[in-house]
Design a protein around this ligand. Sequence first.
Ligand code: SME
Length: 152
Amino acid sequence: MKEKVYKELLLQLGGLIEGETDAVAVLANTAALLHDMMGDRFFWTGFYIARGDELVLGPFQGPIACYRIRCGRGVCGTAWERDETIVVPDVEQFPGHIACSSLSRSEIVVPVHDRTGRVAAVLDIDSRDLAAFDDTDAHYLNRVATLLSPVI
Ligand code: SME
């Protein structure tokens, strides 16, 4: 079920990205598409963009969020520092988790690389449910990140 939605999403995203070169515009529509297609499963869906030694809030859908996250801090800063996807089944068990909303209970963060291979942003998705994300989410969200690489 989830796979079917992700496959449809990748098809739509391919079309959305084609012909647009502005990173903010493409990230904004990507966040909207992901958030809309996943319905209640995704509580917060968005990007933090790497600027110097911080991540700065980028296009997103959902409740307001913190503006800046330092490298190595929280789930986002850790995924950026390690350059790896992090799945957190229970945010309360992740040391240093940054709680932008007390309603968020599980989370996945995926690095987005630019054309040179540098981590230019992270895609962060939160859920109100515990253990909402698994290897299937990690796989397809990494494919989303790969589609974004030429634009970011
Ligand atoms: N929870 C994240 C911070 C961003 S909000 O979830 C939108 C973290 O620990 O990095």
